[in-house]
Write a protein that binds this ligand. Structure first.
Ligand SMILES: [Mg+2]
Length: 189
């Protein structure tokens, strides 16, 4: 039985709204991780790159649509007394807008200002330390390989929310689910 669930935001709690291909093209980074890609740019080009990222994040928030089943699961986690964490590589202002629009409350939110970003397990280790919860009692849920690697490296269980582009990561995660109703069963059954 889990005592904590840590969620990714984009593409997990929300229906994917960031066009990463377009974002990469505008920034001029290829296949590499976007944040690594920006850090590899000359210092004077990074400010502009972050502005592009923030514009895309704002646009995604304007078009915010929740993944079906999310509000129900949030309420159920609250009533069951499980800890809820949110771990995103988005900016704090992007999360703040999400929180205002949805009314969701999390016990801990980690955004990209945290020194260790996914796939580094630092943020998960930090949350579990704060909550004094053993990693084996925590589930990390996300839609990308970084989410799964991050949870695994922290010693937590992991669940991939399947979409049409990520099926190949399914075998790395402990669980792979098509929707939040299946995730609900993993947590509560
Ligand atoms: Mg995601």
């Amino acid at each position: 039985m889990f005592e904590a669930v840590i969620f990714d935001m984009d593409g997990t709690l929300t229906i994917p709204a960031i066009d990463f291909a377009k974002l990469r093209e505008e920034i001029g980074c290829q296949d590499e991780d976007i944040i690594d890609g920006i850090n590899m740019l000359p210092v004077e080009a990074r400010g502009r790159a972050w502005e592009i990222v923030e514009r895309h994040e704002k646009e995604a928030m304007r078009n915010l649509r929740l993944t079906p089943g999310v509000p129900e699961l949030m309420r159920k986690l609250d009533s069951a007394g499980l800890r809820k964490g949110l771990l995103t590589r988005n900016s704090r202002s992007s999360f703040d807008e999400f929180a205002v629009k949805t009314g969701f409350k999390f016990d801990i939110v980690v955004d990209r200002s945290f020194p260790f970003l996914k796939p580094h397990p630092g943020a998960v280790i930090h949350m579990l330390g704060e909550w004094k919860i053993h990693p084996s009692r925590a589930l990390v849920v996300g839609d990308y390989i970084h989410d799964i690697h991050c949870g695994k490296a922290a010693g937590a269980s992991t669940c991939l929310l399947l979409n049409e582009n990520n099926r190949r990561y399914g075998e790395i995660a402990n669980f792979a689910v098509p929707d939040f109703f299946a995730l609900d069963r993993i947590i509560f059954e």
